[in-house]
Ligand binder design. Structure first.
Ligand code: 5GP
Length: 190
């Protein structure tokens, strides 16, 4: 998505060769117009799949998941993050390491909001090693819901997350794919 790539070049900050600060667009401030365009683009990319729900993990995935759900006219479910989770028979949970915070959190989805009747589109902000995504994919699997695919705003394709998920046969669509942050420069996949 050209508009998004332009905004990344203008507004992102390179922290080091692995991490890009995207607070101006995704993780601290949100541009409603740009987020609306991203949602429409995901809805267009998955238009041929009969999706019943959009799903994401709180918190930075929520705005773009919301605009996607709005464009598809379906509900949005967001997995909650909990510090420590007491086993709850009414919910699915998975332990996921956090790429940026260096901690482990539990993510949970109530059984009430994810059932085998659902076909879900999983939307997220950034994919690095794919731990967060794999956690939610396990929850989706256990619920019996079908996974239409993943819509990712920024894929860092020099890290293995998206590739390993594609290798599982899951469709992953990214709006911007970053090939490298080396030398203090953002290079997109061509
Ligand atoms: P993963 O589980 O794929 O390794 O990391 C996914 C999560 O870590 C993303 O949802 C995002 O919140 C955070 N993350 C990973 N890499 C970056 C990065 O380069 N910049 C920012 N801002 N967040 C990142």
């Amino acid at each position: 998505m050209e508009l998004l790539k332009e905004r990344i070049l203008r507004e992102a900050t390179i922290i080091n060769q692995d991490v890009l600060k995207l607070d101006a667009l995704l993780n601290h401030q949100v541009d409603p117009q740009l987020t609306l365009e991203m949602g429409k683009e995901f809805a267009r990319l998955f238009a041929e799949t009969p999706i019943t729900k959009v799903i994401t993990v709180e918190s930075s995935g929520i705005p773009v998941a919301f605009t996607t759900a709005m464009a598809l006219n379906v509900p949005l479910v967001f997995a909650r993050r909990k510090k420590t989770l007491i086993a709850d028979p009414d919910s699915y949970s998975e332990r996921v390491p956090s790429f940026t915070k260096g901690i482990v959190t539990d993510i949970m989805v109530s059984r009430q909001f994810l059932t085998e009747q659902d076909t879900v589109l999983f939307i997220d902000d950034i994919i690095a090693n794919g731990d967060a995504a794999r956690g939610l994919i396990k929850i989706i699997d256990r619920s019996g819901a079908k996974l239409a695919g993943l819509g990712i705003v920024v894929e860092k394709s020099f890290q293995a997350g998206a590739r390993t998920i594609r290798e599982q046969g899951i469709r992953v669509e990214s709006l911007a794919r970053i090939a490298s942050l080396e030398g203090g420069k953002i290079r997109f996949e061509t």
